[in-house]
Ligand binder design. Structure first.
Ligand SMILES: Cc1cc2nc3c(=O)[nH]c(=O)nc-3n(C[C@H](O)[C@H](O)[C@H](O)COP(=O)(O)OP(=O)(O)OC[C@H]3O[C@@H](n4cnc5c(N)ncnc54)[C@H](O)[C@@H]3O)c2cc1C
Length: 459
């Protein structure tokens, strides 16, 4: 059966969903295709469920720390993993059902279930149906990369998706990969009661961050009892369900790590390999990301790509911003661009890391005359009062223009507090404007002006 629409959207991720609504509200007929769960990664296996689980882990942690606050809990604190999973599932389900219901009830929008492939530059095939449109939007997201470690095919292994199904605490969770996903799961399961070992081949965890950030994180994760195996490459996996052995190539420590479960968290790859893109002549880069210009148009007129599948930010907020850029250009005559945004994200360990703009290493490499300021969370009243003083904040400023170049807040509330600097950066404000503003006491944010008042040349 053939159907013709003004637009076909492949994937119901964080760009496809709002785009369907905008296009339909603008009077276009729209088809949106989803092969699995509405809402994609964020809602089902990414941000939403993991942050719900991080909240359970934090509750367990604070319960164990009760004595620090004068709170007495008689008996042992332990988690009920089935209840944690049920809470997480309910939160994710509410979100998924909400977006699905609202899209299914949109005027002029048909929802198709199944795997979509291009048949030509204007045709998408789903099951036995051909959807024709002059505009095709690809928002297919990505999936966990399964590394080609010898032995991996012979053992049961976990990814961020299958982690969502755990309803018992693994006695010993071995995590291959010490970056964002690995650290969030690592700390969370340690707090649920697992023994956790993280294997990372680089010299430091989250090695894209500045060294002071990585080492502070290593210190507090190690203090929680997480085993860190840095400069260790997992070269082979063996064993069976419940008794997994990771064989590592390393200079220090043992060469085998025995665990009960293994999570692979070595990165993500775009879902672009089975989309028929070659039929339409849509260009991919060497990592399989769809090549787009600053307005998210592919090399084929009438085909756009948005979200994780383009490799220009792998976050919900970047995918949503991609939707805004496409809608602004297409419907509002507003020439918004991908290059209008800078990097912002958080790492949701506890305490969290809120990041904006350039790292200190990038600023130094750029060779500009820069100023730097920092402050330990031990010297932030709000952190002291809350009994959560791990971490520090730092900011980098251009010495000539006085503009803020980058910031990192690794500390309680860091994921929220960093936004005042994000706003100043988008507003292209001199740091002195932030420094002179009066802030609410007691907050973590109130010390940002103080830190800016103590800037010194970055030597
Ligand atoms: C463990 C984890 C935690 C994360 N935490 C955060 C966080 O805290 N904050 C944050 O900003 N980001 C986080 N992310 C990243 C975030 O989830 C993604 O960047 C976000 O979901 C945007 O993805 P997207 O819109 O590109 O596509 P996705 O959300 O991945 O959606 C793509 C959709 O397309 C569908 N699809 C794919 N191929 C086809 C096809 N051929 N036909 C039909 N349908 C198809 C898929 O089934 C999927 O539903 C996390 C990711 C992970 C893995």
């Amino acid at each position: 059966m053939n159907q013709t629409y003004d637009a076909v959207i492949i994937g119901t991720g964080q760009a496809g969903l709002p785009l369907a609504k905008r296009l339909s509200d603008a009077g276009m007929t729209v088809a949106i295709v989803e092969r699995h769960l509405f809402g994609g990664t964020c809602v089902n296996t990414g941000c939403v469920p993991t942050k719900a689980m991080v909240a359970s882990a934090y509750a367990a942690h604070m319960a164990r720390r009760g004595r620090d606050f004068g709170v007495v809990i008689d008996g042992h604190v332990r988690v009920d993993m089935k209840s944690i999973k049920a809470r997480k599932d309910a939160i994710a389900e509410q979100s998924r059902l909400g977006v699905e219901k609202s899209r299914r009830s949109l005027a002029r929008c048909d929802v198709y279930t199944g795997h979509a492939r291009l048949r030509s530059v204007h045709e998408v095939v789903v099951n036995d149906q051909v959807l024709r449109a002059d505009r095709i939007f690809i928002n297919v997201g990505g999936r966990a990369t399964v590394p080609s470690i010898p032995g991996i095919d012979g053992i049961p292994f976990l990814t961020n998706s299958s982690m969502m199904g755990l309803d018992a605490v693994p006695p010993h969770l071995v995590i291959v990969g010490g970056s964002y996903v690995g650290l969030e799961f690592g700390q969370m399961f340690r707090r649920f009661g697992s023994e956790v070992t993280i294997i990372e081949k680089a010299t430091h965890l989250v090695h894209h961050e500045d060294l002071d950030i990585s080492s502070t994180i290593e210190d507090f994760l190690a203090a929680e009892g997480i085993g860190l195996r840095l400069k260790a490459t997992c070269v082979r996996l063996s064993g069976r369900a419940g008794a997994i052995v990771a064989h590592v190539d390393c200079e220090e420590g043992t060469q085998t790590i025995e665990g009960t479960h293994v999570l692979v968290a070595v990165g993500r790859q775009p879902n672009t390999d089975d989309l028929g893109l070659e039929t339409g002549g849509v260009l991919l880069d060497e990592r399989g990301h769809i090549v787009v210009n600053d307005r998210l148009e592919t090399n084929v007129p009438g085909i756009w790509a948005l979200g994780d599948c383009i490799g220009q930010g792998a976050f919900t907020h970047t995918s949503y911003n991609d939707f805004e850029i496409v809608a602004a250009n297409l419907l509002d005559g507003d020439p918004r661009r991908v290059s209008d945004r800078f990097s912002t994200y958080a790492l949701y360990i506890d305490p969290p890391l809120g990041r904006a703009g350039m790292t200190e290493a990038e600023v130094r490499q750029s060779g500009r005359k820069a100023l730097i300021g920092s402050r330990a969370m031990k010297r932030v009243g709000r952190a002291v009062e809350k009994g959560e003083t791990q971490g520090f904040m730092k900011v980098l400023v251009d010495g000539s223009t006085k503009r803020i170049l980058g910031a990192a807040i690794l500390g309680v509330g860091g994921d929220e507090a960093v936004h005042s600097l994000v706003d100043a950066m988008y507003g292209e404000l001199p740091y002195t404007t932030v420094q002179h503003g009066v802030r609410i006491h007691p907050t973590v944010s109130e010390l940002i002006p103080t830190m800016l008042g103590e800037l010194a040349p970055a030597k």
